[in-house]
Write a protein that binds this ligand. Structure first.
Ligand SMILES: NC(=O)C1=CN([C@@H]2O[C@H](COP(=O)(O)OP(=O)(O)OC[C@H]3O[C@@H](n4cnc5c(N)ncnc54)[C@H](O)[C@@H]3O)[C@@H](O)[C@H]2O)C=CC1
Ligand SMILES: O=C([O-])CC(=O)C(=O)O
Length: 332
């Protein structure tokens, strides 16, 4: 068996945590032959619930789980970790936008950035899930200056999965036959789910999604708004935000980092913008990326038409506003 990977999951006593701890423990992310030591962080009042989660994980008798470390102490949670899923944060309720969570959540990511800086391995890969995810990831990285900023990313994989599922359902094909849908920008209702470069395999033939769907007004209208508003639709239906699908997407995201992307395929994640595609440098912008040896590269050279450029500009503007609000909130 390989060397154990130390993995921290924050908010481990919460909704997403309940699915995520199991999925990571089952070997779905780091591989069925890789043992994991799970560092599970939550706040002090949740320790009894967290102990219950640990009892259940133990009762699952998962071969990959080498050890469980439940704690309310960030030093213990982040000590020498290789990977972190930063989930612990307040979820939104009906009627809120994700950015309404900024004031409540951003300081958590400041404190956790400082703790990662002190205690985690410098090679740690940090995935931020807690909302507003892009801006929380930016703040977390800012307060962890000794860790390369490329090691931080924000989750838009749930949006990618949602978009892929919508297209597959519309075409009546399996989800795996839809490839390379892109989520640009913020994990918010300004995100741009883009199928212009995506392909679908229909009746054994690989064609562009545009040619397969043959409905421009759907692809530029209802498709985009359905994906943008899917989180809100789940909240309206469940009275709780997406949890199982969020945990699955977090696993997909970290697995892409750990195991790389396959030839010809890209995935979307919020990463530091270097100004590519005329986006504002330094915000955490969701781009299509390929990954090799745990390092991501933005897919370059995709043509952007006027419609797409308008969408990119709108989500970029929102990210700049969130960044400014978050930096101000951290100084109070
Ligand atoms: N990026 C994405 O695609 C998605 C993001 N989310 C976000 O994920 C976050 C968590 O969602 P749920 O699990 O549904 O919420 P939840 O309320 O069920 O669980 C959150 C857990 O985090 C804990 N927590 C709070 N402050 C903490 C801290 N400082 N350190 C450690 N743990 C802390 C809470 O005690 C709680 O157990 C929310 O912000 C939600 O909006 C949810 C779905 C998708
Ligand atoms: O919508 C929410 O607040 C939770 C979330 O981020 C999602 O489901 O995409």
């Amino acid at each position: 068996m390989a060397e154990p990977v130390r993995v921290c999951i924050t908010g481990a006593a919460g909704q997403i945590g309940y699915s995520l701890v199991y999925m990571v423990g089952s070997g779905a992310v780091f591989g069925a032959d890789t043992p994991v030591i799970l560092h599970l962080l939550d706040i002090a009042p949740m320790m009894s619930v967290l102990n219950g989660v640990c009892m259940e994980i133990s009762d699952c008798a998962l071969p990959c789980v080498r050890d469980l470390i439940p704690t309310d102490n960030p030093e213990v949670a982040f000590k020498d970790i290789d990977a972190a899923f930063l989930v612990g944060a307040m979820p939104r309720k009906e009627g809120m936008e994700r950015k309404d969570l900024l004031a409540a959540n951003v300081k958590i990511f400041k404190v956790q950035g400082e703790a990662l800086d002190k205690f985690a391995k410098k090679s740690v890969k940090v995935l931020v899930v807690g909302n507003p995810a892009n801006t929380n990831a930016l703040i977390c990285a800012k307060y962890a200056p000794s860790i390369p900023r490329e090691n931080f990313s924000a989750m838009t994989r749930l949006d990618q999965n949602r978009a892929q599922a919508q297209i597959a359902q519309r075409l009546g094909i399996p989800v795996m036959d839809v490839k390379n849908i892109i989520i640009w920008g913020n994990h918010s209702s300004t995100q741009f789910p883009d199928v212009r470069h995506a392909s679908a395999t229909v009746n054994g033939q690989k064609v562009s999604v545009y040619d397969a769907i043959k409905d421009d007004s759907y692809l530029k209208g209802d498709f985009i708004t359905t994906v943008q508003k899917r989180g809100g639709a789940v909240i309206a239906a469940r009275r709780l935000s997406s949890a199982m699908s969020a945990a699955k997407a977090a696993c997909d995201h970290m697995k892409s980092i750990w195991q790389g992307t396959s030839e010809g395929q890209y995935v979307s994640m919020g990463v530091f913008s270097d100004g590519s595609y005329n986006t504002p440098e330094g915000v955490m912008f969701s781009f299509p990326v390929t990954i090799k040896d745990k390092k991501w590269s933005i897919v370059m050279g995709l043509p952007i038409d006027d419609f797409a450029q308008g969408k990119l500009d709108a989500t970029a503007k929102e990210l700049c506003e969130e960044r400014d609000d978050a930096i101000a909130a951290c100084q109070n």
